[in-house]
Design a protein around this ligand. Sequence first.
Ligand code: SAM
Length: 230
Amino acid sequence: MLRFDIITIFPEMFGPVFNSSILKRAQEKKKVAIHVHDLRDYTGDKKHRKVDDRPFGGGPGMVLMPQPLFDAVKSIKGMRPATVIYTSPAGKPFSQSHAKALTKAKNLIIICGHYEGIDQRVREQLVDEEISVGDYVLTGGELPAMIITDAITRLIPGVLGKEESLLHESFQNNLLEGPQYTRPANFRGKKVPDVLLSGNHKLIKNWQNSKALAKTKKVRPDLLEKKDGV
Ligand code: SAM
């Protein structure tokens, strides 16, 4: 079972996401275990529960101090060895193939930055991988940690049922997913393509493939240049 340990100063953000839908089911099925740790529980400043301070050299905002992060990671790693991920806009862009590779891990610690980020010594001495969820800056690493946890978990064999099968999802075979329709066959004059009602599975498959290819060419031509699966 893959275990996630998430270190954050906003632990209350995670409950609704981790206790819903597939992430909830994956935990119930014992495919993953998710533990959220409040960084403030590890600070040496028991009185004020302080975890951040001003950056040396000046500049705006606050930086998460090394001591609470070192102690949190030490305490979690003391129980089991783990790969440490730091969510960062300066990290490697996250992808489906990266998520797939991480399904093989046993224990992942995810550090959520906040304010201006975390002390460089944590990045150099504790962090194995820095992951970015996109070329934009978020307020904190909590949403990225949820994204990373979700993307990995749904790729673990046995997590998704047949209904949510991975086979037709975007990024399989370097293609984006094509259009999908459900009832009614005619909605306010807009009809579902005839081929989907034909019952001819081969024709349907060809149509879906051609639509997926056309969509990918239009929106993400870069995917088609990749040799391996994304
Ligand atoms: N000063 C940092 C910089 O310019 O790179 C940005 C800090 S950001 C306001 C606070 C935290 O949010 C970061 O430490 C990181 O953990 C998280 N974060 C923000 N954007 C992210 C992204 N695109 N991917 C992953 N984590 C992100």
